[in-house]
Design a protein around this ligand. Sequence first.
Ligand code: 13P
Length: 286
Amino acid sequence: MALVTMKYELAKAEKENYAVPAFNFFTFSNLAGIAQAAKNKRSPVIAMATVSGTKIMGENASVKMCEGVSEDYGIDMVVHLDHCRDYDMIRRCIDDGFTSVMIDASSKSYDENVDITSRIVEYAAKYGVTVEAELGSIGGKEDDIEVDDMSALFTQPEEAVRFVRDTHVDCLAVAAGTVHGFYKAEPKIDFARIAKIHTLIPDIPLVLHGGTGVSYEDLRKAIACGIRKINVGTEFRVHGISDTVKNEYAKLPDADPRNVCRSVIENCAVIAEELIDVVGSAGKAV
Ligand code: 13P
């Protein structure tokens, strides 16, 4: 069992019409819960380190933790750097063994986005590392990147075709109505836009960000339109970790931290298993 590339997992998902679940991890227990769920469900899984989380846990340690859990739990795992705008950090993470990275230059002009994304693609190709980029602009707050709802811009299908041709990126995050973080109102996803982009660039797996709070019906519809990776983070950070820790100490102020960590593992596994069932990846691990 080992770390695998995202390109490989997403190509299989495209062939078999499901999405690979991509979960943010912020602590070791959170990651162990994700691994537990992948093992229980025999599902492929993408463990996504955030930039701020990686700065706390360490770039090298983030990879080594994933390597360790993939061996301990007997699963294949993709270790992905999520939403990074820093070229040097991405290079270091590739050097350290991340099998996938996301360059997020979506706040830049089209030409600047193309420039930095293609430089990352060129560097990553030497190591066989998968690259995800974003075109358009996804609203909400993700890590230290905040896009107010008025500035969120949906991905233009024709521009997506040009962008993929100009950068040779492996997969593309599309902005089509989801936002990062909790929703203030029911999200209105532009499924027709996703389907159109998928038809125009069928070989490029599409990524849906902002999975927390999207109805299961909408997640399934998005997959039917061509989404192959679904990102979920806030659900783990808030419900999987924070609420669990608060509840454990509310029940028992002297709780042993080892028991608290065990509860975080269990609760994160419950969240991950439910999402695995929704995205149709159960039983798809090779
Ligand atoms: P949520 O935190 O809204 O689930 O989004 C996560 C995400 O898209 C990470 O890239």
